[in-house]
Design a protein around this ligand. Structure first.
Ligand SMILES: [Zn+2]
Length: 199
């Protein structure tokens, strides 16, 4: 007897609207973000009967729907708790609001980390080889000296890489003077709803 794997998917979605008054120019704007999460359920069956298969798929979708809905609701909670409401430059003056930068800065430092990882790994490999090879090539250099020399060069290299990566990181509002005003955005979510995929 052969088994068939059948699956049923569902999505849940909610629309977030963020309204704010620019802290720099005072104009009001709003932007939207649609949060979508999917879930897929599978089941093995021996049936090849089309009607029966349809019924199974539908029942799987009905299981997947509430799971996707729960995922969306949880993500809304964690986004709100982190006060992560997305970001855009003010369409009028280009300023990034203080509450946008607070959630955005976290993403920023991890971006720097990612950029540093590969070059510093390569650099470490190069100087490890150098520390070993140097005394073999030039016998007047002892292992201690070659290790110290490689370590110093490695430190300088890592420092340069980090500085370079930081210079690429976003520096928000660098063209603006001091803006002391801190507004609070109005954030509203539409009621999260399920859509059974393929219905
Ligand atoms: Zn503005």
């Amino acid at each position: 007897m052969s088994y068939y794997e059948v699956s049923g998917s569902a999505f849940a979605r909610a629309l977030r609207t963020v309204s704010y008054e620019c802290e720099n120019c005072g104009q009001g704007f709003s932007y939207q973000f649609e949060l979508i999460q999917g879930n897929t359920q599978t089941e093995n069956t021996t049936s090849t009967n089309k009607d029966k298969l349809k019924k199974i798929v539908f029942s799987l979708k009905e299981i997947a729907g509430p799971i996707a809905l729960e995922t969306v609701k949880n993500e809304i909670k964690s986004l709100d708790a982190a006060r992560d409401f997305g970001h855009e430059e003010c369409p009028n003056c280009g300023y990034l609001q203080s509450w946008m930068i607070k959630s955005w800065a976290k993403v920023d430092s991890s971006e720097v980390g990612k950029k540093v990882q590969l070059p510093s790994t390569i650099l470490t490999g190069v100087f490890l080889v150098l520390a070993i090879v140097l005394p073999i090539q030039i016998p007047s250099i002892s292992y201690l000296v070659s290790c110290l020399l490689s370590f110093v060069l490695w430190s300088i290299g890592v420092f340069i890489i980090i500085r370079y990566a930081m210079s690429f990181a976003n520096k928000p509002n660098k063209d603006f003077g001091k803006v002391d005003k801190e507004n609070i955005p109005t954030v509203t979510w539409s009621e999260p709803e399920i859509s059974l995929f393929g219905e």
